[in-house]
Design a binder for this molecule. Sequence first.
Ligand SMILES: CC(=O)SCCNC(=O)CCNC(=O)[C@H](O)C(C)(C)COP(=O)(O)OP(=O)(O)OC[C@H]1O[C@@H](n2cnc3c(N)ncnc32)[C@H](O)[C@@H]1OP(=O)(O)O
Ligand SMILES: CC(C)C(=O)C(=O)O
Length: 606
Amino acid sequence: MLVDTVKKYNAFPALSLPDRKWPQKSLSKPPRWLSTDLRDGNQALVQPMDGDAKLRYFQSLVQLGYKEIEVSYPSASQTEFDFTRRLITTKAIPDDVWIQVMAPCREELIRPTIEAARGAKKVIVHIHLSTSACFREVVFNMTERETIELAVRCTRLIRDLTKDSTDPELRQTEWTLEFTPENFQDTSPEFAVEICEAVKAAWEPTEENNIIFNVAATVEVAMPNVFADQIEYFCDHISEREKVCVSLHNHNDRGCAVAATEMGQLAGADRVEGCLFANGERTGNVDLVTLAMNLYTQGVDPGIDFGDINQVVDMVEELTKIAVHARAPYAGKYTFCTFTGTHQDAIRKGYKSRARLEEKLGVSAKWRMPYLPMDPADLGRKHEAVIRLNSQSGKGGIGWFVNDVFEIDMPRDLEIAFTRMVKRYAEEKSVEVTHDIIEDLFRSHYMLRCPEGLQLLRCTLRTGKVCSAVSNGVNGVNGEHKHETKGKALANKESRSGTVRLQAVIAIKGIRHEISGSGEDMFTSLVSAVHRLGFCFDVLDYHTQWQHSEGTEHEDSAGTTRRSASFVKLVSGGKISTSWGVGIHEDSVLASLHAILSAAEKLETS
Ligand SMILES: CC(=O)SCCNC(=O)CCNC(=O)[C@H](O)C(C)(C)COP(=O)(O)OP(=O)(O)OC[C@H]1O[C@@H](n2cnc3c(N)ncnc32)[C@H](O)[C@@H]1OP(=O)(O)O
Ligand SMILES: CC(C)C(=O)C(=O)O
């Protein structure tokens, strides 16, 4: 690279516009959109699309809500011409959709372009001509005067062939003209206005049917604020503004196409041309998805529906053979996804706080979420795509996965211990940690190796004076058993009312054990019973939770499943090692028993 870059490159001469108004404005409505995927996007592909592919793409664009679609450059190839005819003859164009066909300012190419559009209901004929000094001098060797004359000649020709035609079929079409002074950004603003005035006078637009001036950044050569000044200048100086639609067509050479297009709209432009996911020449056209979603997330309906963004990505990738970047705004595979611990923690807290707020309000709340500028669900993105785990993750994300798999919220201490283990695993194996891995690690470290091997055949719980034995009538526990199943609530109540005595018959791997114990609640009575089985430990921590999930097999009268989750932290008799145990069961006694035995088993083998 050069050190003295000024020897090769000049700074772009900015326009002096001291009274500019656009910085004070904001966007409160969508522009008129034109998709040029089937023209600018298509002409930039290694293998341009065939007729069938273009038809599928066209139908998707219509479905998304586009009302103006540049369908072809009919003079470019037979495929382009035939595709345009096919759309018209098969009546594939909805009545409210304008098709746009494009040609250079060459008479022999304009004629077939209009022939291709014959019979369509609404057609925009788009001609382009280079107006920038560089292009005029290097490519065309034409003066400004000669350039204006050519543009006017072509406009008159199009007028003769379309709205002034004597051919009754051609007269039935509603025709509009679009003229692109190319590259507008690099054209003197005075000359851009002058040539557009000449074209407008030749076409004679009306307030009902505007002429479109497509003031393109064919090649992006300056900052977005410079572009906005140019657009404001053009909008202020073009006459009969009410008969003119100012259209933007930004390429992304400096990576600023979205910003330039948004600022261009602030500066007065009415219409935007671009492609889905920024396909197009060189660095691409402006990305229509980003522009639409940028409006959406400011509370402005873009009029285009990206509610199933994955399907749009699949369609575009298949037909263009270009992958949408994994970090593309709104649409990338990783766009809403975080691997990072602190981000995951914030997002998890965000979702919890949102759920609490919505429960309180009884209606959907405004979106306010750390790290997620919009709700991925609005794009049809599932929450699973939000959090992914690797060695950079933390307890927020790992707790989220455990909740996905087991529908439990781990106590903080357990979450910290499990997170350490998962991170070590991810680092040692150099892998992404999937839901399956989380399930395996969690089960093998905290749950009974063979939970089906433990059965509660009978169980009676008695409190001091009152017998509180009640059957919960839940399937899945063999044998007759009578016991209260209100978890912590019962435990608290019982601890106030005196000693709880537990008598039960359990089977471990088919071998019957009669156990009994007493304590201040169900849990402590169970602990004392397990001690009598020969296990030696102390309880350091104990938590219990009820899960409710709808529509599964073990339903209560309200149609929801109730399962109890018990978390127990034990320390070995010699106070050497500790271990967590977790039990999840429809029966709260069994859940606690699973947790205690699982932790005790781990202590014995550690
Ligand atoms: C910025 C943009 O993307 S504009 C859209 C451009 N799209 C395309 O070019 C895709 C389709 N194009 C094609 O298929 C071909 O280029 C065609 C059919 C248009 C023309 O093909 P050819 O006649 O072989 O010409 P070629 O492709 O070399 O184009 C260059 C010629 O067109 C002229 N030309 C280029 N742009 C224009 C224009 N806007 N108006 C008039 N003439 C033009 C050039 O000056 C050159 O003329 P010359 O041969 O007298 O020197
Ligand atoms: C609108 C046309 C001329 C175009 O593709 C461009 O300027 O990039």
